[in-house]
Design a binder for this molecule. Structure first.
Ligand code: GDP
Length: 463
């Protein structure tokens, strides 16, 4: 692949401060590219030059400016291409972690001709040089962003290449099937052993099952990293803010007995069993003439649409209204859980009453003031999206990766349907071809600049 076509500056030497900005014990300035060692030699003075130090060995020395002044006592280490993070020659200078000294070191390297690295450019080079594939590159971001042990483990699993191996296995199975189908299509007169269609079907069904399992493992990883967004919805005054506060164990939202007081969408996050849950307390969803409340209602609708899950609160002490019936209708096509609140006071609405308008919904009865019930509610919300036993099998995955896998699955399922309907083999072959195209995109064997930019621009500088 002609990388130069996409990346004009692919052959220059980049530099940046790779540690976080601020005062610390040490700061690391990193260089990568063909001239990394030459540039570093000019600013690093040890008993011996870095060139004469074996790769991966730390050499003690001084950071010097163009006049030879000693600016800091530092350590230098170099990695010879291709055995480095980026696959190119890499040098690291470990200086003391002052704001000025690390910047000074970087400045001196830029003066020598290094270019300031773009966000994620080191990892991008690792990808372009074939050190890692795209799923692994994205896992690096997963590691940096992990907010819980479970998320970190899922990212590490992907970085180790476990996801890539699974994807490659599926790719190879598809490739074998395609090869067989296409050989028969291209050379029908030759006597190529033909896989009987029930054999092809069996293999495709197996691939489809593997893909579904992979998608669910990726979903777990996505949930671990990005968390679950839960919109708390329902009529005004049913206890949404009270439940929101109880879930967050703090008084964030204003709780009042006057209907329609939550006019904004208020967000709060907890980490429950390693899973970040972002709760959004919304304005009551009801028809209103109040201008400010109307804005709140439209924001509530947006939160409703964007959430992974909706928690519909009902006041069990009051009769259901037309607003409830409308909401039940809307919720039919969106994942949700219903909580009948205010169980501590006499109830008018029972789960059976609700089943009449929401027959397939999961319903729980609780009180916002009951701590145990609120804990159980958290468990229910998480279980609704992922099985707890699956948490230890998650793969770090981004929305992009999950979408690609779903595309692959739908191609494979289309191929299965084609065979079942006795459609021409060309159709089956073209579905399998398309499936492999998506797998290629997933691993980054097939990419364009937009895709690469979209992925690596999320990284921090220095990574
Ligand atoms: P929202 O408008 O849906 O956010 O409702 P609020 O959380 O502001 O609550 C409205 C009223 O219901 C307040 O007076 C709360 O104290 C009361 N409330 C909320 N949850 C419960 C509950 O579980 N039991 C009882 N008895 N009152 C509750």
């Amino acid at each position: 692949m002609a990388l130069e076509k996409y990346f004009l500056n692919y052959n220059d030497t980049i530099a940046s401060i790779s540690t976080a900005w601020g005062e610390a014990g040490i700061a690391i300035v990193r260089l990568s590219g063909p001239q990394a060692l030459d540039f570093a030699e000019k600013v690093f003075k040890g008993i011996k030059p870095l060139k004469e130090t074996p790769p991966r060995y730390m050499r003690n020395g001084f950071l010097v400016n163009e006049n030879g002044d000693h600016l800091d006592e530092v350590l230098g280490v170099w990695f010879r291409a291709p055995k480095s993070y980026t696959g190119e020659d890499v040098v690291e200078i470990h200086c003391h972690g002052g704001l000025l000294v690390a910047s000074k070191c970087l400045e001196l390297l830029i003066d020598q001709g290094a270019r300031l690295a773009e966000p994620g450019e080191f990892t991008q080079r690792a990808f372009l040089n074939g050190r890692i594939d795209l799923t692994q590159a994205e896992a690096v971001l997963g590691i940096i962003r992990a907010k819980s042990d479970e998320a970190l483990r899922a990212a590490a699993r992907t970085l180790r290449g476990e996801l890539s191996i699974k994807i490659a296995e599926i790719y190879d199975l598809l490739l074998n099937l395609s090869a067989n189908l296409e050989a028969n299509l291209d050379f029908p007169e030759e006597d190529i052993p033909f896989l009987p269609s029930d054999e092809v079907l069996k293999k495709l069904n197996q691939i489809s099952t593997n893909l579904k399992r992979l998608i669910s493992r990726c979903n777990v990883g996505k949930v671990l990293r990005d968390g679950i967004k839960v919109a708390i919805v329902g009529r005004p005054n049913v206890g949404k803010s009270s439940i929101f506060n109880a879930l967050l164990e703090e008084a964030r939202a204003i709780v009042t007995p006057i209907p329609g007081t939550t006019r904004d969408v208020i967000e709060g996050m907890i980490v429950y069993k390693g899973i970040p849950i972002i709760f959004m307390d919304t304005a009551g969803l009801r028809a209103t003439n109040d201008v400010v409340e109307t804005i709140g209602v439209s924001m509530a609708q947006k939160a409703f649409r964007e959430a992974d899950l909706r928690l519909w609160i009902i006041d069990g002490s009051e009769a259901l209204t037309q607003d409830d019936i409308n909401l039940a209708e809307e919720l039919k096509t969106h994942p949700h859980i219903i909580a009948i609140n205010k169980a501590d006071i006499p109830q008018i609405v029972s789960p059976d009453d609700l089943r009449e308008i929401a027959p397939d919904s999961e319903i729980t009865v609780l009180s916002a003031f009951d701590k145990l019930a609120i804990e159980k509610l958290k468990e229910r919300l998480v279980n609704k999206l992922i099985k707890h036993s699956a948490i230890n099998e998650g793969f770090n995955a981004t929305a992009r990766q999950i979408e690609m896998l779903k595309n692959v699955l739908s191609c494979v399922d289309n191929a299965i349907a084609s065979i079942n309907m006795g459609e021409p083999e060309e159709l089956v072959a073209s579905n399998l071809y398309e499936a492999r195209y998506y797998l290629d995109r997933l691993l980054g064997r097939n990419f364009d600049e937009d895709l690469i930019h979209a992925i690596f621009s999320q990284f921090c500088v220095g990574k």
